[in-house]
Design a protein around this ligand. Structure first.
Ligand SMILES: Nc1nc2c(ncn2[C@@H]2O[C@H](COP(=O)(O)OP(=O)(O)OP(=O)(O)O)[C@@H](O)[C@H]2O)c(=O)[nH]1
Ligand SMILES: [Mg+2]
Length: 205
């Protein structure tokens, strides 16, 4: 078994978009209709199973979306391996705020940070409530090199998936010396399959 991390990840976005709800759904599989607004930031630690052979420890910072806490944000995203910028699909204003976060993150020196744009509250997409077009958000994400997904902390839709996508991209971006152990394992698996008569284990190719 290979253990990667810990890797720091951060949740950013306007107040009420569902950052804490996403964190709670991801880490504990729970959802509360009326959680309080976050003060400062909250911290979660979670081990994510990447595949049969590997897992990643994630240190997740759930920041406060209220503007009065904005000045604290760099402390959390500065050295983060991954950032999730959350908006609420029923709030055009929150999408606008998400774009400002993208601009802010691109101004940091952390060029290796994996950034995801996340449209939360996808369970409310029915009827008139949607204010942010999914195609528009997807195109914006593509142009800016962001992972994009719509999620629902309420139903759980895509919550595990978005963290998995980010985690895998974070691993791809790590310098090889940080992934010493898996490299050795891949090498030893490969030599084993090279020697065997009935090739092949697809994972080692
Ligand atoms: N329908 C629906 N409601 C959600 C979802 N996620 C969160 N909510 C609700 O939205 C409200 C705000 O959620 P929070 O998770 O507290 O939002 P936050 O982004 O952490 O807010 P701050 O801590 O103030 O920055 C709560 O009443 C949640 O129950 C979702 O996926 N669907
Ligand atoms: Mg919160």
């Amino acid at each position: 078994m290979n253990y990667f991390g810990p890797f720091k990840m951060v949740l950013l976005g306007e107040t009420y978009v569902g950052k804490s709800s996403l964190a709670l759904r991801f880490v504990k599989g729970q959802y509360y209709e009326h959680g309080g607004s976050t003060i400062g930031a909250a911290f979660f630690s979670h081990t994510l199973q990447i595949d049969d052979d590997s897992s990643m420890k994630i240190e997740l910072w759930d920041t406060a979306g209220q503007e009065r806490f904005h000045a604290l944000a760099p402390m959390y995203y500065r050295d983060a391996a991954g950032s999730l910028i959350i908006y609420d699909i029923t709030s055009a204003a929150s999408f606008h705020r998400a774009k400002l976060w993208v601009t802010e993150l691109y101004q940091t020196n952390n060029i290796n940070m994996v950034i995801a744009l996340v449209g939360n509250k996808a369970d409310l997409a029915i009827g008139e409530k949607r204010e942010v077009d999914m195609r528009e958000a997807n195109e914006y994400a593509e142009v800016n090199g962001l992972i994009f997904m719509e999620t629902s902390a309420k139903s759980g839709e895509n919550v595990h998936e978005i963290f998995m996508n980010i985690a895998k991209k974070v691993l791809l971006k790590q310098p090889l010396n940080k992934l010493e152990k898996p490299r050795n394992i891949i090498a030893s698996k490969k030599s084993r399959s090279d020697n065997s008569s009935n090739c092949c284990d697809s994972k080692t190719k």
